[in-house]
Each structure stands twice: as C-alpha cells, then as structure tokens.
Design a protein around this ligand. Structure first.
Ligand code: GDP
Length: 196
C-alpha cells in the first residue's frame, strides 16, 4: 500500500541520484503513454508527476520516496517526434547510464499504450533492456479507452512480439488511470519485492 509519497530530487545524472539504499522501481514509456497519470493513480496524488501538456518536455530523472522504504522513479518519455538529434542523444545517454548503473533498481515498468498495435519503438526499447539485463515489466495503459476484447487483442499481439524477441512473454499488467484497473496488482507486485 502507498501511504506516503514525497518528491526527493530531479536530475540528469545517475550519480546524483539518492544513495541506492532502498529498492527502486522506475517508470518509462513513449511520451503521452499515460505515465504521469499512472504514477498519480498509484500514489493517490493528483499531481505528483506532472501530466504533460508538452510531450517530451521533462528530461529529468525524478525520484520520489514511498512510505520511507522504496524509491519510485519517473523517467523521461521517449519517442516524441519533434526533438533534435542532440536531445535524443542526451536522453539515450542519461537513460542508459541510469538503467545500467543503478544497483538498487528492482524493476523497470515499461508503459505501452493498450490501444495500439505493437509499436517498433517500444519493441526496440525492450530489446535493448533485454540485451542489457534490465529487469523490466510491461504495463499496458489506458485500458478504459476501448472494450476488453480489443485490449486483450492488442496485449496478445504485443506479447507475441516479445516471444519472438525473447523466447518468452514478460510479466505484465493491464491498467487504467481512469478507473484504477490494475492498481492493486501493480502495488502488490512492488510490495512483494520490498521488505518492509
Ligand atoms: P505521459 O506523457 O506519459 O506522462 O502521459 P500523461 O499521463 O500526461 O497522459 C497523456 C494523456 O492521456 C492525458 O490527456 C491523460 O489524461 C490521458 N490518459 C492517461 N492515462 C489515461 C487512462 O488510463 N485513461 C484515459 N482515458 N486517459 C488517460
């Protein structure tokens, strides 16, 4: 259960992140996938993570401390159309440095829009995660936006692509920030990994 959530620090350098003394769970996904909405839903906050008006604006690693015993990390989104090559390179370096060096990272939640067919950019990103041994879990977002069968169809297609890449399907959750579907399951997954 999330009883308390507080902002700790934002920065661009994994070396300036809080001391890695607590288990950490990070969230990433395509810009506009619903990451801020999901973080706010999970933490029962209206505005812990800023719901982005401008896709791709926040280029920071944002640390929150939950219940004084684990870190939640809001990572900047990828895949926004209108950014320059240099911003993209800066993002890639910041994220890859963070993900490959953060010793206390228990799981990276990769958010995927449940309305869409498998997107190459998401598949490329999780392929990279697999190659670098990053422990990731998929969170399908915005499930309320269409009927259950359409969601399940898109989830299946995505998992099929994962099987092609990895030989097995990753762990996943189906969520909605609108009606809180999946909220308890995601929190239970985290709680299970965190020793109180
Ligand atoms: P971010 O860029 O990934 O942080 O995405 P946001 O959380 O800012 O969400 C992008 C847009 O999708 C906003 O207009 C949200 O209100 C909307 N949105 C996010 N999650 C959901 C959801 O679960 N259901 C619905 N219906 N809309 C959502």
């Amino acid at each position: 259960m999330i009883k308390q959530a507080k902002f700790v620090i934002s920065n661009t350098d994994y070396r300036k992140c809080p001391a890695p003394t607590k288990p950490e769970f990070a969230f990433i996904g395509r810009s506009n996938v619903g990451k801020s909405s999901l973080i706010n839903m999970l933490t029962n906050h209206k505005n812990l993570a800023k719901i982005s008006g401008k896709p791709g604006k926040t280029q920071l690693i944002n640390h929150f401390e939950i219940n004084d015993n684990w870190f939640m990390v809001d990572l900047p989104g990828y895949g926004f159309a209108k950014v320059s090559k240099s911003i993209k390179n800066t993002w890639e370096k910041m994220i890859s440095d963070y993900l490959t060096n953060r010793d206390n990272l228990v799981a990276l939640f990769v958010l995927v829009d449940s309305r869409l067919d498998p997107q190459p950019i998401d598949l490329e990103f999780i392929t990279w995660c697999g190659q670098h041994g990053i422990p990731f879990v998929i969170i399908f977002t915005k499930s309320d936006k269409q009927g259950k069968s359409k969601t399940n169809q898109n989830v299946s297609k995505f998992l099929d692509e994962c099987v092609k890449i990895f030989g097995e399907a990753p762990q996943y959750f189906i969520t909605s920030a609108q009606n809180a579907e999946g909220k308890e399951d995601v929190i239970a997954f985290i709680d299970n990994e965190v020793i109180e």
